[in-house]
Write a protein that binds this ligand. Structure first.
Ligand code: HEM
Length: 161
């Protein structure tokens, strides 16, 4: 009988220790994420879920990209930002903006095709830019960054309410 009680007490202590260890492990804050992997999802964080969120991310990534792209010592950071832009264009491309969603019939189909087509062109420019950064082709990098600005201006003139 005494042995049974001792056994029960041991089991109880062991399970309490397990519970405390699990709770502590859950409350331990995560290590500081590496540079570029913060809230906006760089390098594996949460991706945006709508066009507005994707565009906000694109804006931030493009701003830093412009300071990195032509600098050979910052190629890795530039490639990471280009990857983020590609991811966000893919997200924006998979949805329709309100300016298109509010239409109907043939006009909606036409504008949806035009929206997708502009997004696909932007993706192509980003892939070319990725090539240019890898190959460190300064003139190409400059021209492709200018093309991104043009794509943004046209996209906003056509589709941003
Ligand atoms: C790298 C290029 C681009 C950048 C940096 C950019 C940036 C932005 C920003 C900062 C916003 C405001 C987001 C917010 O706070 O709500 C926005 C909205 C928007 N952009 Fe872009 N944009 C780009 C290219 C494009 C292109 C090519 C298109 C269309 C083909 C486009 C269509 C839109 C639309 C429709 C909105 C409004 C979204 C909504 O209100 O739901 N953008 N963009």
């Amino acid at each position: 009988m005494k042995k049974t009680r001792l056994g029960l007490a041991l089991v109880l202590v062991a399970s309490m220790a397990g519970f405390v260890a699990t709770t502590l492990a859950q409350e331990t804050p995560p290590a500081t994420p590496p540079a570029g992997q913060g809230r906006r999802g760089g390098g594996g964080g949460a991706a945006p879920t709508n066009i507005s969120g994707a565009m906000g991310d694109m804006n931030r990534a493009l701003r830093t990209l412009k300071t990195e792209a032509a600098d050979p010592t910052k190629s890795e950071a530039a490639l990471r930002d280009i990857g983020l832009l590609q991811r966000d264009v893919a997200i924006a491309k998979s949805q329709l903006p309100p300016a298109v969603n509010d239409l109907s019939g043939d006009e909606k189909t036409k504008q949806a095709n035009e929206y997708r087509s502009q997004m696909i062109s932007l993706m192509r420019v980003l892939l070319d830019l990725e090539d240019a950064v890898v190959a460190q082709k300064a003139d190409d990098i400059k021209n492709l960054l200018a093309k991104i600005d043009d794509a943004q201006k046209k996209g906003h003139a056509d589709f941003r309410k």
